[in-house]
Design a protein around this ligand. Structure first.
Ligand code: GTP
Ligand code: SPV
Ligand code: MN
Length: 613
């Protein structure tokens, strides 16, 4: 069958829209391949948002919410088979298979290109092709990181406007610098034949999320959801950026950043690497329960770490919005997120609708509404067996709507990092907080981080897996090289200024199955201990796995927690570490010869301290 004989090929006229020759050529090339009805250059304006969201309402993709409850806000409902990242279909197509490492799917780049080229051929028929210039981080950064996403989804355009700095200003800056940009091509993979009616959430059963690290390009096909489709986020700012960072001497990490000010007025910046749906956004919006401490948000999902002129580690949040897990985000657990969301200008995906035109999800309010329309569009009552909102339903909200946003968020070259938390979702074994013995021991804590899987990725939930630095699905190259790169960067850093490292676990259980630690705002107590450790003030006791709070060192003033629950949350239990050691050894064995020697000796040291052979 001849692909284009029956249809005139669109002349995208790239050069008429930009003086950036490479961009103009790429846009023309993509239009030739994907054959959209028209090409539209996204300017990022409010008028454009108003127009696009109205078109999405007319198409049935978005539902406008009651403006008295959520002004300028919308709900979207995805295809039930397109609700999360698809790790099985995510590929790192480096030239050599070894460079993708054992944690990634790999296919030979030319083979993958051929496959994708045939899928993208005509994939935008009957649709508009949107060109979104964007920058991750600040346009005025020393080395701004540009990208251009081409997509056939207006929902993606609207979401990208919240999540990244996009539009004409960015394009002009790219032109002025004749800057390199990451070409990020996205199609929902649902071309429309002449006269064919569209569906509310077009997508394809076949999905491919593909990265070509050497040419720094992204091709995403078949999904319209989250990290699969908003390509500035996981695809660029983590997978491609991690490769850039390896080559350029910095780190791209899956971390929140929080600014904490002590009662004495001293400010600290704490980053936290927790796997997907394991508490980053919540900690980033922390409401401290202890008096005198102030918390401010810098970032909730992605952190870029560079070395400053004095060898200090500096962190920036490259994003401009929150794409937060809705369930569990509530007025009692995370009032700061709720306040930000309530200002409007948000897109909610796969949440439930209330009868008065608002949204609801499990955990939003203590009181459960008597009637809802669930995320699948069915009537829902408290007796219903299924949750009203999908477990991976999300709110997408501009970051500057957070009242507690730190003004340092706007610093193009970031702030100094003082502490790193590595955290997992573990029912057993990992105590509430453990300070590493030193930097190298802290990197070991990160390299062996483990967590139960969540609904943020398609597949089984609740299975413990190793997730190094919470980056397992996001490392764009060989995982052993990645851990080596942590070593390399820290060797270049000023040893006096290296952040202190802590392992945390908010999710340990009591015998009856409940959470031992109340979490959320109460996590400020753990942060206080960590900061006081940096200041040399808080007491700790040494265990084989590191330093844990001495009795009485954790500030529990005003907290209603039984001694048993406190023990369950905080205890180091040598018997639990027998299985843990075996599991760490199994994990390290997978790296083969790419595991840094420093980690092998950390493991040997741990075994010795645990008295294991
Ligand atoms: P991604 O956006 O997927 O990367 O997730 P995240 O790491 O930002 O996780 P988030 O803060 O959205 O939390 C995910 C889930 O964990 C939500 O349902 C929260 O309510 C829950 N959660 C967060 N912090 C805590 C805590 O301290 N204790 C308990 N028990 N649950 C928590
Ligand atoms: C995650 O899964 O870590 C997320 C959501 O932050 S997504 O943007 O879909 O990757
Ligand atoms: Mn995330």
């Amino acid at each position: 069958m001849s692909e284009s004989s029956d249809q005139q090929v669109l002349d995208a006229q790239g050069a008429a829209h930009t003086t950036h020759a490479k961009l103009a050529a790429w846009v023309d090339e993509v239009a030739q391949l994907t054959k959209p009805d028209s090409v539209y250059w996204v300017d990022g304006s409010q008028g454009e948002w108003d127009r696009l969201t109205q078109e999405l309402v007319d198409a049935g993709t978005l539902t406008r919410l009651n403006p008295e409850l959520f002004p300028n806000s919308f709900a979207a409902f995805s295809d039930p088979a397109d609700v999360a990242r698809v790790e099985e279909q995510t590929f790192i197509c480096s030239e050599k298979e070894r460079d993708a490492g054992f944690t990634n799917n790999w296919m030979e780049p030319s083979k993958m290109k051929a496959k994708l080229t045939s899928l993208f051929d005509g994939s935008m028929r009957g649709r508009t092709m949107y060109v979104i210039p964007f920058v991750m981080g600040h346009v005025d950064a020393e080395d701004p990181k540009f990208g251009v996403e081409i997509t056939d989804s207006a929902y993606v355009v609207a979401s990208m406007r919240i999540m990244a700095r996009i539009g004409t200003d960015v394009l002009r800056k790219m032109e002025e610098l004749d800057a390199f940009f990451v070409p990020a091509l996205h199609s929902v993979g649902a071309p429309l034949e002449e006269g064919q009616e569209d569906v509310a959430w077009p997508c394809n059963t076949e999905k491919w999320i593909v990265h070509f690290p050497e040419e720094r390009s992204i091709w995403s096909y078949g999904s319209g959801y989250g990290g699969n489709a908003l390509l500035g986020k996981k695809c660029y700012a983590l997978r491609i950026a991690s490769v850039m960072a390896r080559d350029e001497g910095w780190l791209a990490e899956h971390m929140l950043i929080l600014r904490l000010t002590s009662p004495e007025g001293k400010a600290y910046h704490v980053a936290g690497a927790f796997p997907s749906a394991t508490g980053k956004t919540n900690l980033a919006l922390l409401q401290p329960t202890i008096p005198g401490w102030k918390a401010e948000t810098l970032g909730d999902d992605i952190t870029w770490i560079r070395l400053g002129h004095e060898g200090e580690m500096r962190v920036v949040n490259p994003e401009a919005g929150l794409f937060g897990v809705a369930p569990g985000t509530g007025w009692s657990t995370n009032p700061n997120a709720m306040k930000a969301i309530s200002k409007g200008n948000s897109i909610f995906t796969n949440v439930a609708l209330t009868d008065d035109g608002g949204v609801w999800w499990e955990g939003m309010t203590d009181e459960v509404p008597e009637h809802l329309t669930d995320w699948r569009g069915n009537d829902w009552t408290p007796e219903s067996k299924e949750p009203a909102a999908h477990p991976n339903s999300r709110f997408c909200t501009p970051i500057d709507q957070i009242d507690m946003l730190a003004k340092e968020y706007y610093e193009p070259n970031g702030v100094e990092l003082n502490a790193i938390l590595f955290g997992g979702r573990r029912k057993t074994t990992i105590p509430l907080v453990t300070q590493s013995r030193d930097w190298s021991n802290g990197v070991f804590m990160g390299a062996t981080l483990s967590s139960e899987t969540t609904a943020a990725a398609a597949g089984q939930v609740g299975v413990v897996r190793r997730d190094p630095m919470a980056m397992l699905p996001f490392i764009g190259y060989d995982a052993g090289d990645y851990l080596n790169h942590w070593d390399r960067i820290s060797q270049k850093a000023n040893p006096e200024r290296l952040p202190k490292i802590f392992l945390v676990n908010w999710f340990r259980r009591t015998a009856d199955g409940g959470f031992a630690w109340p979490g959320f705002g109460e996590n400020s107590r753990v942060l206080k201990w960590a900061i006081e450790r940096i200041e040399g003030k808080a007491e700790a006791i040494e265990t084989p796995i590191g330093f844990v709070p001495a009795p009485g060192a954790l500030d529990l003033n005003g907290l209603d927690l039984s001694e048993d629950a406190l023990q369950d949350a905080t205890r180091f239990d040598a018997s639990e570490w027998v299985d843990e050691l075996a599991s760490i050894e199994e994990w390290f064995a997978k790296f083969g010869d790419s595991l840094p020697a420093s980690l092998q000796s950390e493991l040997a040291g741990l075994k010795e301290r645990l008295g294991a052979k």
